[in-house]
Design a protein around this ligand. Sequence first.
Ligand SMILES: Nc1ncnc2c1ncn2[C@@H]1O[C@H](COP(=O)(O)OP(=O)(O)OP(=O)(O)O)[C@@H](O)[C@H]1O
Length: 283
Amino acid sequence: MTAVIDIQGLRFAYAEATVLEDVNLSIQDGEFLGLVGPNAGGKSTLLKLILGLLEPQAGRIRVLGHSPRRARRRLGYVPQYPAFPRDFPIRVEDVVLMGRLGTGHGLLGRVGRYRSADRQAVRQALREVEAAELIGRQIGTLSGGQMQRVLLARALVGDPAILILDEPTANIDQRMEGEIFDLLATLNRRMTIIVVSHDIAFISGYVSRVACLNRTLLCHATDDIDGQMINELYGEEVRQISHEHSHAHGHEHSHGHSHADVHGQAQPRSPAPVAVSRGHAHA
Ligand SMILES: Nc1ncnc2c1ncn2[C@@H]1O[C@H](COP(=O)(O)OP(=O)(O)OP(=O)(O)O)[C@@H](O)[C@H]1O
């Protein structure tokens, strides 16, 4: 396998506050990587560095063999919060069309209008996320889950090699969460995926690897996510909770299990390797 993302000795600070330090991470082609960690642990910041939206103070990031900025057009990104207000008067088709900007695929004919190839790509992307019927809707009328599908379509419409999602299911119910991750599992057959989540146990049923990020400390390598590791990662923030996921369509990942998130943690059901290391973290 080849590394599609390679990060060495990365350090990043907003003004005085160091958020990431000595981060080393290699992501292989075809991986489905879950990025977890406590609030303010630096997850979104790391994604923005990979996307070339921020520049590191030290270290090196290569994405598909290039600088993040050069590779940007081959990345699909679903941000944590959409960059436009939900009451903005814009239709689903227009939101997804935005994903064609800067991707090098078709985009804007000579008179400055989207070409039919762009509109065709939008229909295809919406079909892929099972939201074709939403194409004419105003975004303000969508449910949280529908909106996430639309944002996913926007990320897919440029035919990315790597899909990067920042907590795509933070504000939607558990059934919808399962549906979105089923979709991601299907997409992972043809693209590398990185997804930020607070929910280690849930994503463990889907991802091929979990990377743990806590400000300047990344979890040490281990084969299992166990209670001790989660405590190290989340510290006092965690407490025990447990509840069932009940996915309506009974996909293979459906199971009742405990959750590890900012609100709580418990013994996750599925072991998952953690292969991110900080330079001098416990090996
Ligand atoms: N634009 C910014 N300017 C200054 N500080 C910032 C900025 N963005 C984030 N930070 C700070 O950097 C730290 C890491 O934030 P980041 O959003 O990367 O964490 P996160 O792990 O994604 O958190 P969460 O799980 O809460 O989304 C936080 O302390 C945050 O307040």
